[in-house]
Design a protein around this ligand. Structure first.
Ligand code: HEC
Length: 299
């Protein structure tokens, strides 16, 4: 005799699934907006009441297709929740359900139009193929899309983040000092820091701050024992050193790619050297941009 009656067991599982479905049915996903007056959680229906849904056609560099979505203007959303935003200093932090966190300079949302999309036009499913892993990904419930200009001569190689499965949005005054190089650090180290924020902080923490897909690079001991040739290879093409790697290649078509990778290495080594034990002050983001612009004409 079986200790369990299999028929009963499957019935129990069926009933449980049914109850679970009931619990989730009617419970719409939300975006958490961390506003100055507390966390506001809005469902899609609530967003539709507050913001006007628009139809947006844009060229998606990752799928290399012209795509049309329905979404809400990010500029409207930002100015509705954060009326005191200082575009020059602030970052918009967009956290996703898989641990990916994008840090985007607030001023980008002013110069380039972006939308929080909730549906693709003429599509039953809100999915896409991940340009890197080639896996099918669920974009829902909320996906940030940009209406970038792809005219000839426009710098298309430095693309924006298009985070999907968005969980929360907040504004950050300045990135924390523990991420930043010391004031006396070289221009290249500082430039490496800016590149790290854009390309790596999405998945890696530094002293507990950042995305959570990969390890905290200040905690992880392995790479610190390796030389710069290894580190360069890992950033350039992680799968060449580790077949199972979940890390994406450094953007393949970005301009002056080699210099960017080398500067990121300078920045990481600089952080390890100081072990978070800083004596000097730090530049504000805006100051840093001005210094770099003056010294190297870099953007
Ligand atoms: C899509 C997420 C993602 C991005 C973006 C990303 N990484 Fe990673 N990284 C990972 C994951 C996950 C690992 C863990 C091992 C693996 O899968 O390769 C990792 C591992 C590493 C390691 C090895 C750690 C060790 O001690 O062995 C280094 C170094 C590293 N990443 C540096 C970077 C740098 C520098 C950037 C930016 C240029 C970057 N990563 C961008 C996800 C990412």
């Amino acid at each position: 005799m079986y200790p369990f009656d299999m028929k009963n067991l499957s019935l129990i599982i069926l009933i449980n699934c049914f109850l679970l479905n009931l619990a989730f049915a009617g419970k719409q996903a939300v975006i958490e907006f961390h506003t100055p007056i507390g966390v506001k959680k809005l469902t899609l229906d609530q967003m539709k009441k507050r913001f006007i849904p628009r139809e947006v056609s844009t060229y998606n560099l990752s799928t290399r297709r012209l795509e049309t979505f329905y979404g809400f203007s990010m500029d409207n959303i930002i100015h509705s929740f954060w009326s005191d935003i200082k575009e020059e200093n602030n970052f918009v932090q967009i956290e996703c359900h898989d641990g990916y966190v994008a840090y985007i300079e607030a001023k980008k949302f002013r110069s380039d139009k972006s939308y929080i999309a909730f549906k693709g036009k003429g599509k039953a499913k809100f999915t896409t193929i991940n340009g890197f892993s080639k896996n099918l990904v669920e974009l829902g419930d909320f996906y940030l899309v940009w209406k970038e200009s792809y005219k000839k001569g426009h710098a298309t190689k430095r693309r924006h983040h298009w985070p999907w499965a968005i969980k929360s949005i907040r504004i950050i005054n300045e990135l924390p000092n523990k991420l930043k190089p010391e004031k006396s650090a070289s221009v290249n180290t500082n430039w490496g820091y800016l590149n790290f924020v854009k390309q790596c902080l999405t998945c890696h923490q530094i002293h507990g701050f950042g995305g959570e897909i990969g390890p905290d690079l200040m905690e992880s001991a392995n790479w610190k024992k390796q030389d710069n040739v290894w580190l360069y290879k890992y950033i350039d093409n992680p799968q060449s050193l580790n077949k199972e790697s979940q890390m994406s290649k450094f953007p393949v078509h970005i301009d002056i790619r080699d210099v960017r990778i080398k500067n990121i290495i300078l920045y990481l080594r600089h952080l390890v050297q100081y072990k978070g034990n800083y004596k000097e002050g730090r530049y504000k983001h805006k100051e840093l941009l001005n210094i770099l612009k003056k010294k190297q004409g870099l953007k």
